[in-house]
Design a protein around this ligand. Sequence first.
Ligand SMILES: O=C(O)c1cc(=O)[nH]c(=O)n1[C@@H]1O[C@H](COP(=O)(O)O)[C@@H](O)[C@H]1O
Length: 246
Amino acid sequence: MNQQLPIIALDFGTMEELQAFLELFPKGETLNLKVGMEMFYLNGPELVRELVAAGHQIFLDLKLHDIPNTVKRSMTILAQLGVAMVNVHAAGGTPMLQAAREGLLAGTPAGAQPPLLIAVTQLTSTTEALVAQEQLSRVNLADSVAHYAQVTAEAGLDGVVCSPLEAGDIKSALGREFLTVTPGIRLASNDVQADDQHRIATPARAAALGSDFIVVGRPITLAADPVAAYRQISAEWQAAKAQTQA
Ligand SMILES: O=C(O)c1cc(=O)[nH]c(=O)n1[C@@H]1O[C@H](COP(=O)(O)O)[C@@H](O)[C@H]1O
């Protein structure tokens, strides 16, 4: 998956809305696209195969969280779709994380690269209060994220989903190769519109903090001019990335 390009979250309620969105882009342009639960429940594997055939790089975001056997068998099936990235919840535990990896390897066609396997630490919609009061965590949100990242790395996965605010600490603790995929992206001009996200940052700040991939939905899909918003976010992300590498 091309780290220079934001991953666009395709969160649409109908296939017509999705098609209308994709048709805004020049024909043949390769995009990083995230198919999440909404689109997958609507049109499932067929949609994923179509997007892959059109040359796009797909993050299949189904956040698997179940017993190891179920996750393993499901991953074996998903690995056959030709996607570039899939995810699970780190809270599923080490046996489930390892089972996910085994399932992916078993299902990847001979000669093909297995999809990157990423674990969600704490959702970017999660707050300090929720971690304390509902998860009854003995540690704060940042420490919980760091711990889940450690567990994920030890289980042999490729990286985590976290907020940009936690990416730097995770990279310092677990190394440059361990990937951080960060949703919760808002432009400075729409910081006030955090929607249901609680731990947010701009594309530039996410790059400065060490994020490897940004995932962006509504700031692009709901923009008056989605392609212009995508270009603006891409430019900001790429410029800040280049600075961090200089
Ligand atoms: O795994 C994800 O992609 C994910 C994890 C997380 O912690 N937070 C999060 O927002 N996401 C996804 O990232 C996208 C963010 O969308 P926007 O808030 O519209 O930019 C949504 O499709 C979420 O499902």
